[in-house]
Design a protein around this ligand. Structure first.
Ligand code: PEP
Length: 250
């Protein structure tokens, strides 16, 4: 049985009160559902304390990004060790917004992934194609390139700490979702690429889907053979909707 994961990416939203309310709300959801899935929340760095102080131990903390450096003169960066101090055991890495807006190249993403696994924080490695790339038939080539660059230097043991998130760029925050079949095709491809790196890891690695997941589409996406959960942006800020998504994972 593969682990199932639902992660709420709050992006740059909220304030201290909203973060506390969401933390309490998500904790209640997790207690109510008694879900077998790992439920994660990824607040902005500065709100991590408020969230850490208000979530139950059954909710896992994730960062939205992390530095590839340990410490030192890296203004604006946050290290893996700093995250670990808050009990934050996961970090999103290579989100398309980081890649497109903040210059996170494949090399930067690979360095962040390597630092996470070295320090025992699980990276949620995001890969995804743009609409133009999909329409020109390059989806699998793009995903394969991003994946290889992020994962190829990891040993089998390190690879086991990784979660991959397939996030088609055209589906993020747009209300357009990949069909379950479109998503499954890419998830299956990703699992195959991971198998080529390490056969044993491929069957256990959670591969989650992100891109306008909501209460209405979560169940059909999560029903697909290689979709092990979701990375949820907008809908993770609405507790009722997030609860439905968590229910859909079972
Ligand atoms: C995301 O932030 O990773 C995401 C998938 O956002 P949304 O669910 O809003 O499309």
């Amino acid at each position: 049985m593969r682990r199932k994961v639902v992660a709420g990416n709050w992006k740059m939203n909220g304030n201290r009160q909203i973060a506390k309310d969401l933390a309490v709300g998500v904790s209640k959801i997790v207690e109510r559902l008694n879900s077998s899935a790992e439920i994660l929340v990824a607040p902005p760095f500065v709100l991590m304390t408020d969230v850490a102080e208000n979530v139950s131990s059954s909710v896992n903390l994730a960062a939205q990004d992390v530095s590839s450096y340990d410490n030192g003169a890296y203004t604006g960066e946050v290290s893996v060790d700093m995250l670990s101090e808050f009990g934050c055991a996961y970090s999103i890495v290579g989100h398309s917004e980081r890649r497109a807006l903040f210059g996170d190249t494949d090399e930067v993403v690979a360095a962040k992934v390597a630092k996470c696994v070295e320090k025992n924080v699980q990276p949620i490695v995001c890969v995804g194609e743009t609409l133009e790339e999909r329409e020109s038939g390059k989806t699998l080539e793009v995903i394969g390139g991003q994946l290889h660059s992020a994962l190829e230097k990891l040993t089998g043991d390190e690879l086991e700490k990784v979660i991959v998130a397939y996030e088609p760029v055209w589906a993020i925050g747009t209300g357009k979702t990949a069909t379950p079949e479109q998503a499954q095709e890419v998830h299956e491809f990703i699992r195959g690429e991971v198998a080529a790196l390490d056969e044993a890891t491929a069957s256990v690695m959670p591969i989650i889907y992100g891109g306008s997941v909501n209460a209405g589409n979560a169940k059909s996406l999560f029903a697909m053979a290689d979709i092990d959960g979701g990375l949820v942006g907008g809908a993770s800020l609405k507790l009722e909707e997030f609860e439905e998504i968590c229910k859909a994972i079972g």
